[in-house]
Design a protein around this ligand. Structure first.
Ligand code: UT7
Length: 323
């Protein structure tokens, strides 16, 4: 028998305000057509004034608890992947813990930018298979609208706000790729590329920062590195592309998603795509896509799923799991 971390609940939350591409035409030298054709994005959600990452995360967490059919007392830990916390500290995770009324266990944030959810899944899996926690809430939540330079058309049209959450639970498996739960993962980073995507300020530099990106450079790394990490992870699980039911990629750009699927030899019919409706929500994009994919009836119990993401650092990775 092998300990496995199995998904037993999923949920998401998107702020009410929907911003179509056309809204940017009034203030920037851009068009709906350019944004759609270069990124696949049609609209995104922005948090209301005063609405914070922990608010979004708490809504998503409640939805995931309901979906799992458990209460907050059943959780042992909360991990929040975010690069846009409410405050420098305490963590968003402890704010969610308090909001949910959870007075036991432990909660912490993890920051790996757009790869944050993949890193958080790997950490939750480690806690579960080592016996340190039985049920872990893993959340990706972001308010990237707060770090946009609204005069930079090459970045501010691409990002959005939102949150998604999974409940992972310890179960016994046979130790084969037929098991439910997380089967394999692959994490990478290379800080030599840190200038390709970063925020030009923070607490230690005493500046208020905005997101800066050399988009076409990140694009080039993305397709190559995402394909490699997805294939490495499948190989570790003893599987191939033929076994995949759904790729649930980080939703940054439809052309990256299509390019990666093509290189993996997979049809776009096997890819969950939400980028048109959410834009790039960084660490929130994968759990949002998992939740929407389940709602749409795409993802079903027993499906073999590959998630992959890349972002600032550069940091990237993949997780293979059976739903
Ligand atoms: O989540 C973290 C990972 N991030 C990503 O994966 C993002 C990766 N990169 C991308 O998605 C794409 O590179 C972008 C969507 C950011 C840009 O697409 P691109 O095809 O790589 O375009 P580009 O950056 O090479 O720019 C092409 C042209 C430039 O004009 P010139 O220099 O050719 O005259 C830009 O100034 O498009 C211009 N441009 C725009 N034009 C109209 C850039 N942004 C805009 C805009 N509207 N919003």
């Amino acid at each position: 028998m092998t300990g496995r971390a199995v998904v037993t609940g999923v949920g998401h939350y998107l702020p009410d305000r929907v911003v179509p591409n056309s809204e940017f035409e009034a203030t920037l030298d851009t068009t709906d057509e350019w944004i759609r054709s270069r990124s696949g994005i049609e609209r995104r959600h922005f948090a209301a004034e005063g609405e914070t990452t922990s608010d979004l995360a708490s809504h998503a967490a409640r939805a995931a608890l309901t979906d799992a059919g458990i209460g907050v007392d059943d959780l042992d830990a909360i991990i929040v992947a975010t690069s846009t916390p409410d405050l420098t500290f305490p963590s968003v995770a402890t704010m969610v813990q308090a909001e949910l009324g959870m007075t036991h266990g432990f909660a912490f944030d993890l920051q790996a930018v757009c790869a944050g959810f993949v890193y958080a899944l790997a950490n939750a899996n480690a806690l579960i298979v080592s016996g340190q926690a039985k049920r872990v809430m893993v959340i990706g939540a972001e308010t990237f609208s707060r770090i946009m330079d609204w005069s930079d058309r090459s970045t501010c049209v691409l990002f959005g706000d939102g949150a998604g959450a999974l409940v992972l639970e310890a179960r016994e498996g046979e130790g084969t790729a037929a098991d439910q739960g997380i089967l394999a993962m692959d994490l990478n980073s290379d800080g030599r590329f840190r200038d390709l995507l970063y925020v030009d300020g923070g607490v230690s530099t005493q500046q208020t920062g905005k997101l800066r990106m050399q988009g076409n450079q990140v694009f080039r790394h993305a397709v190559e590195k995402l394909t490699a990490t997805a294939e490495t992870t499948l190989d570790r699980a003893g599987l191939t592309g033929d076994d995949v039911d759904w790729v649930v990629p980080h939703q940054a750009n439809i052309r990256i998603i299509q390019g990666t699927a093509r290189r993996m030899g997979l049809s776009m019919d096997k890819v969950v795509v939400t980028v048109q409706d959410h834009g790039n929500t960084s660490a929130a994009s994968i759990p949002l896509a998992l939740s929407v994919g389940k709602q749409r009836g795409q993802i079903k119990p027993g499906d073999l799923i590959v998630t992959e993401a890349i972002g600032g650092g550069l940091a990237w990775g993949a997780v293979v799991l059976r739903w």
